[in-house]
Every structure is written in structure tokens, then in C-alpha cells.
Design a binder for this molecule. Structure first.
Ligand SMILES: Cc1ncc(COP(=O)(O)O)c(C=O)c1O
Length: 382
């Protein structure tokens, strides 16, 4: 039995999402910018209806929603776009950001910005004091991820954002693993730039969002892709209409039955952990406790003592899991997230990440735990 437990990397496109997208491939395929024709106007209206409804769900204005090709592009546009309009200063991001934040921040350092990491504790949380200590009078931009893609840590943004707001810095939040998992309102949280991607929440790949606060002198964004001036000039290129429709439907689905799905998946995740612990001596949990509200309810991350995570995952190909960070091309280096929470390189290399979804079943959890325990025992014997 194949079991898919790699839902932080990508998810199954929900049947409801596929159904909503299909007419936009072979019936309503006109270019939404071609509004002079009835066909183009129809597609334009569908996109704008999706944008409006999405904005309501995200707690922002429709005109603040910029569609991109995914969270990597959104993060690059947020960071590169803000800093391109500045001539230096200080930038900081948490030590556990995704590579699509880390790489543009590194690039800023090359361009002369001063860069600092915001330290996290042994569970991946940023303490308000640690944030305060990193900020400087010349801090121009701060990037804090809402939920971590490896160990599932959910930052307490309600405590961190007021600290950032004591400065004039622009605040960017990568909410790629958070949207559809925890309530996230752009306006209530007082965020300047927010990123996410559809394929992490049962939407299609290749479509994402950057929410850009309007009416703030702080947030001035330079486009990173130039062309016909789509998306208020921030992101040129013909819109991915089926993607936009699918992204909207995916967010709608996720929020519609969030409490029910959350409870069911959390219970399955806890059962999976219990089954693994029963069969694997010395198993260690990485990241926040499972019973608190500080961890994504579909996330599990643990150390398999004496065995390399990558070897274990190769020995157990019927279970999809991850031994490196999500979507990282280079998985040979120990994860920077695990090193940042204080694990040694060997502990990091012996770790594996599991991500459950609304489609995960109890039978799958049992089969996956048995297969992993078998592979672990065999590797330990070798
Ligand atoms: C927290 C986070 N940010 C950004 C990304 C990049 O997303 P995309 O695959 O849509 O470019 C990911 C993907 O793993 C992620 O987990």
C-alpha cells in the first residue's frame, strides 16, 4: 500500500478544485485581459469574482491580491521588490525561513544590505525579546514565517508584530504552510506583505499569491517581472486562470470545514506518533509538543536514532515522507531549521518529516507506521 505523508511538500488537488478549474481549460479559455469580447469579459469576471471572494477570506482588499506562480515567486517579489527601492539598511528574517526567503535575503546582503537572522528557541519559536534584540533603528524589512514547513512551529504573530511595529520596517509573512490550517487575517494581524501557494492546500501547482498592503507609505514595491503591466503592474504575464480559480476553491474548501478536518487529522497524527513510538525504541520528537496550539496539526517530525533519515526513507519507498526541507534541491546538507533549534548534524540527518492531510486514513497511518518500523529494524540490524 502506497501512503502519501509528504503533504508539506505538495498535496493532492481536491476533486472539487479540479472540477472548478476544468471549464477554464477548454471552454472559458479567453485571455482575461481581452475584455472587449464577451468570451474575454466572462473570464475576466470569473477571475475578479475569485479575487474578491479570496480577499474576503484573507481579510484584505481585492486590489491587494497579486497572483504569482507560487510562494517562491511571491517571496522573491516581496523581498526583492521592497529592497530594490531602498539604498541600504538592515534586513532580518528568522533563522528557520524557507529557502525562497533565505536566498533573496542572501542576495540583498550581496547588494550591500546588512542582514541578521532572528534566533529561535529549541522548538522553533521566536521570542519577542529575541526579535527586539535583532531590530535596529535602520531595519527596513523583517520576514517572519507564520508556520514552519519542517517542524510545524506556528509563530505567535499577535505577540511578534507589535514589536516590529515599534520600528518603520516593512513586515513580510510567509504563510505558505499556514493558510487553510490556522486562521490568518491580513488586516487584523497588521501585516504588510503575505505569501502563500495553492498546492500546499489541495490546490494546483504553479499559482500563488502575494498580498500587498495598499495605502501605506512604508510598502513600495518594485516589480520583478516586467511586461504588460498585469496585476496592477506588480507582476506582468497572462494570468493563470485555471490556477486562480483552483486556488480560490482550495482556500474556500480548507476554511469551510477547518475545525472538523483539524480535529480528525490531529487525532490521526497523534495515533501515528503513538504507533511509531511503540515500535521504534528511542524515537525523539523534534519541534513543539503535539498537544499544544503551537504546532501545525498535520505535522510530525522525529529523530530515528542510529539511522539516517534519507536511508530510512529510501528503504521504505511506499511511504512518501521527507528527509530534507520541502522543495529543497540539495538534501545532503543537514537542515538549517534543525540546526537552528539546536540539533547536531547527526541528529538532523537522522530525522524525518511527515505531513498528513484531510485525505489521510487510519489504515494508511497503520500501514505507514508498520512499514517504517520494519525498515528501521532492518537498517538497525545492518
Ligand atoms: C514555507 C514555505 N514557503 C515557500 C515555499 C515555496 O512554495 P512554492 O512551491 O509554491 O514555490 C514553500 C514550499 O515548500 C514553503 O513550505
Amino acid at each position: 500500500m502506497e501512503v502519501y505523508l509528504d503533504n508539506h511538500a505538495s498535496t493532492r488537488c481536491a476533486p472539487e478544485v479540479v472540477e472548478a478549474m476544468l471549464p477554464f481549460f477548454d471552454r472559458d479559455y479567453a485571455n482575461p485581459s481581452a475584455v472587449s469580447s464577451a468570451a474575454g469579459r466572462r473570464v475576466h469576471d470569473a477571475v475578479e469574482a475569485a479575487r474578491e471572494s479570496l480577499a474576503e477570506m484573507l481579510g484584505c482588499r481585492p486590489s491587494e491580491v497579486i497572483f504569482t506562480s507560487g510562494a517562491t515567486e511571491s517571496n522573491n517579489l516581496a523581498i526583492g521588490g521592497v529592497l530594490a527601492r531602498l539604498d541600504g539598511g538592515h534586513v532580518c528574517a528568522t533563522a528557520i525561513e524557507h529557502s525562497s526567503v533565505r536566498a533573496p535575503v542572501r542576495e540583498c546582503r550581496r547588494q550591500g544590505f546588512q542582514v541578521d537572522e532572528i534566533a529561535v528557541d529549541s522548538q522553533g519559536f521566536v521570542a519577542p525579546d529575541a526579535l527586539q534584540a535583532t531590530l535596529r533603528p535602520d531595519t527596513r524589512m523583517v520576514s517572519i514565517m507564520a508556520a514552519n514547513n519542517e517542524i510545524g512551529t506556528i509563530q505567535d504573530l499577535t505577540r511578534l508584530i507589535p514589536v516590529v511595529r515599534q520600528t518603520a520596517a516593512v513586515l513580510h509573512v510567509d504563510a505558505t504552510q499556514a493558510i487553510g490550517k490556522i486562521p490568518c487575517s491580513f488586516r487584523d494581524l497588521d501585516i504588510d506583505l503575505l505569501t502563500f501557494s495553492a498546492h500546499k492546500l489541495h490546490g494546483p501547482k504553479g499559482i500563488g499569491v502575494l498580498v500587498v498592503r495598499q495605502g501605506s507609505r512604508r510598502v513600495r514595491l518594485q516589480p520583478q517581472v516586467w511586461g504588460g503591466g498585469h496585476e496592477r503592474g506588480f507582476r506582468s504575464g497572462t494570468l493563470n486562470v485555471p490556477g486562480i480559480i483552483g486556488l480560490h476553491r482550495a482556500v474556500q474548501l480548507a476554511l469551510d470545514d477547518l475545525p472538523v478536518v483539524q480535529e480528525r487529522v490531529r487525532r490521526l497524527r497523534d495515533e501515528f506518533w503513538a504507533l511509531l513510538r511503540e515500535q521504534i525504541p528511542g524515537l525523539v520528537l523534534n519541534g513543539p509538543p503535539l498537544d499544544g496550539s503551537g504546532r501545525l496539526w498535520n505535522n510530525l517530525h522525529c529523530q530515528f536514532p542510529g539511522v539516517e533519515g534519507q536511508t530510512l526513507s529510501l528503504a521504505c519507498p511506499e511511504v512518501a515522507m521527507s528527509s530534507g526541507s520541502a522543495c529543497s534541491a540539495n538534501q545532503t546538507e543537514p537542515s538549517h531549521v534543525l540546526l537552528a533549534i539546536g540539533l547536531g548534524p547527526d541528529q538532523a540527518r537522522s530525522s524525518l518529516r511527515f505531513g498528513l492531510s484531510r485525505y489521510t486514513t487510519c489504515d494508511e497511518i497503520k500501514a505507514a507506521a508498520a512499514a517504517i518500523a520494519d525498515a528501521f529494524a532492518q537498517l538497525r540490524n545492518i
